[in-house]
Design a protein around this ligand. Structure first.
Ligand code: EPU
Length: 336
């Protein structure tokens, strides 16, 4: 096994944080991972590194999951059942699906990260969540080295949430994800405001998967920073759900507060709006800051440390709480 020493993780996390791994190994097969688990179990797993904030050097053996491959398991008239290995880039898989006319994930175009991590936080954007296309998740149990299957139901998916962030956190390594995608009568989801606006200018009558994917790419490129240019981890916080009574109070003071009704008692408020109203949008603090076009995204202008970004997040949390009495929950995995 090729274990390397003192490797910078700067290129392995989308925030571009420069911390070191004392020992580092890249694995490209399930077999290799199982062999590794026979000699060492206390591992730090990294895949696309798109949902983590590294704040210090990593003492554990860092394992980069680089298991590649896409296979079509079964096809019928309506659906394709596809297994994708964990190390495949998410957006490349979306583009491959769109090019092959497999529908269901086109709204999730351009989300950073790899396929193996998409179930952990149940990635979602523009009215679609990945849980709606996942049939099962294959993972290795760290304690035994055995391969285990989680059905969609067992994954216990919720808004930016799953069993992998809760009950079984740190106990499994996801090795592949199985999807059911449509081959015809695609469930085209263009109702999200920004997509409608983007498509309206194009005069398209019959929407294809490619049209939706292109629209989402255009919206994301206009609002969200490209991690290859400015380090970031997408939305840093979750959109908070608050009591309707609390929301009505808020509305008296801020009549234009955007909201989505969750139930009669609960309302979701966009964290980006709260952070903007708290005065942080586009503000720079040393080497890090809040993105100028989407306040939910914290950015690294080059040399920020993870701790600096974490401190900025705390400051935002405190200010938003003082102003709105809403406690923002961090969505990104903080590695302390
Ligand atoms: N808003 C502001 N100011 C801002 C940002 C947003 O006022 O700086 C307002 C917008 O005007 C709009 C509302 O907030 O009324 C919602 O904004 P947007 O459509 O940009 O979406 P979001 O709720 O901020 C969520 C996801 C994104 C996803 C978009 C589109 C979460 C935590 N974030 O953001 O996901 O791309 O919807 O579906 O749910 C991610 O998770 O990394 C991510 C980027």
């Amino acid at each position: 096994m090729n274990i390397l020493e003192n490797i910078s993780l700067k290129n392995y996390n989308t925030f571009g944080i420069s911390v070191n791994a004392k020992r580092f190994i890249s694995v490209d097969s399930v077999y290799q991972l199982q062999q590794l688990l026979k000699i060492e179990k206390d591992l730090f797993i990294i895949s696309g590194g798109s949902n983590m904030l590294l704040t210090k050097d990593i003492d554990k053996l860092v394992v980069h999951i680089d298991i590649k491959g896409i296979s079509i398991d079964l096809e019928n008239e309506n659906s394709a059942y596809i297994t994708v290995n964990a190390g495949e880039n998410w957006h490349d898989f979306v583009l491959w699906s769109v090019d092959n006319n497999y529908g269901g994930i086109e709204n999730l175009s351009l989300i950073p990260g790899n396929v193996g991590t998409c179930p952990i936080q149940n990635i979602g954007a523009y009215g679609v969540e990945v849980k709606d296309t996942i049939t099962k998740v294959e993972a290795i149990e760290i304690a035994t080295g055995k391969l285990v299957l989680f059905s969609n139901e067992e994954c216990n998916f919720g808004y930016r949430n799953s069993i992998f962030k809760n009950e079984v956190k740190g106990k499994y390594i996801i090795t592949s994800v199985c999807f059911q995608l449509t081959k015809k009568d695609h469930n085209i989801n263009s109702s999200y405001g920004a997509i409608e606006t983007e498509l309206a200018s194009k005069n398209i009558t019959k929407l294809t998967l490619k049209d939706i994917s292109n629209a989402v790419i255009a919206i994301r490129e206009s609002k969200l920073p490209d991690p290859k240019k400015i380090g970031n981890s997408g939305s840093f916080f979750k959109n908070p759900v608050i009591a309707t009574t609390h929301f009505l109070e808020l509305q008296k003071k801020y009549p234009t507060t955007p909201s989505y009704k969750i139930s009669d008692d609960q309302v979701k408020v966009p964290a980006g709006w709260l952070i903007e109203k708290a005065g942080f949008k586009g503000k720079r603090f040393g080497s890090c800051g809040v993105h100028e076009k989407q306040a939910l995204v914290l950015v690294n202008f080059g040399n920020a440390s993870g701790e600096e970004i974490y401190q900025l997040a705390q400051k935002i949390k405190q200010t938003v709480f003082n102003q709105f009495k809403i406690d923002l929950e961090i969505e990104v995995n903080i590695i302390k």
